[in-house]
Design a protein around this ligand. Structure first.
Ligand code: BTN
Length: 251
């Protein structure tokens, strides 16, 4: 625990749980800005779009950081993108972002070089005064192939980038604070940083939308408010939520 607090630095207050349901749920109980709840093992991890997030004991870095983004409500949809950008920077140049904030890496287990998901992020807004963001981050660090929940996932170890979980924790928190500060200073300009890390821009995609609908097209932009702009046969759409699948040639 002392190592975790030391890695986080004085700007953050860290609470460690050996076992927890969901760190997002725990961090929301008595929310306080700059509090981070870490679980060595999460038993009921929550993912985006009401999915579960499953990680084996001791192999992943799972935590939730409570932050005051310090921006007007109109800019809140960008907060998940800021979090993804921060994690990608902490992992290094190899990491790119599938919209909105899945962090991807390529690696030995990626076969044809297709990039796989190494981190998922769930941001929830609390109606406190000021409103606070619970930024839940799950990074696959040491999982073996057999321990991954889906074939589109990988871990840093499998991608040939073994890291110490505690050091990575400190790096992510540093980049998160720095990225949130950059964002708050110029919300409209943040997307330029994000675009430079995007694996989705320019891709042909299928986007599975909430409510069992999906669209297919080419991604032409991520707009200043974080919306995904897709050219489809039926015109240009700007999406605020959905699950993106990068299509391979011919798909
Ligand atoms: C996704 O669906 O990609 C988002 C996954 C987010 C998982 C993290 S793990 C730490 C935090 N606590 C949760 O219950 N979920 C997030």
């Amino acid at each position: 625990m002392a190592r975790l607090q030391e890695a986080a630095g004085p700007a953050w207050r860290v609470t460690l749980h050996v076992e927890a349901g969901s760190t997002n749920a725990l961090a929301s109980v008595e929310p306080a800005a700059q509090h981070v709840v870490v679980a060595d093992h999460q038993q009921a991890g929550r993912g985006r779009l009401d999915r579960a997030w499953v990680t084996p004991p001791g192999a992943a870095l799972t935590f939730s950081a409570v932050c005051d983004p310090g921006v007007d409500t109109a800019w809140w949809p960008v907060v998940p993108l800021v979090a993804g950008y921060a994690v990608a920077r902490a992992i290094g140049e190899v990491a790119t972002l599938k919209w909105p904030n899945d962090v991807l890496v390529a690696g030995p287990s990626s076969g044809s070089g297709h990039r796989r998901k190494v981190c998922g992020i769930l941001v929830e807004r609390l109606n406190t005064q000021p409103p606070l963001a619970v930024i839940g981050i799950g990074i696959n660090v040491d999982q073996t192939d057999a321990e991954l929940p889906v074939p589109t996932a990988t871990s840093l170890a499998l991608a040939g980038r073994p890291v110490d979980r505690t050091e990575l924790f400190g790096d992510v928190l540093r980049h998160l604070r720095e990225s949130l500060d950059t964002f708050a200073a110029s919300p409209a300009g943040f997307v330029d940083h994000y675009r430079a890390r995007s694996a989705t821009l320019g891709e042909r995609v299928r986007v599975d939308l909430p409510g069992d609908r999906s669209i297919t097209g080419r991604v032409v932009d991520v707009d200043a408010h974080g919306g995904l702009v897709v050219d489809t046969d039926d015109g240009t759409l700007t999406l605020s939520a959905g699950d993106v699948v990068h299509l391979r040639p011919g798909e």
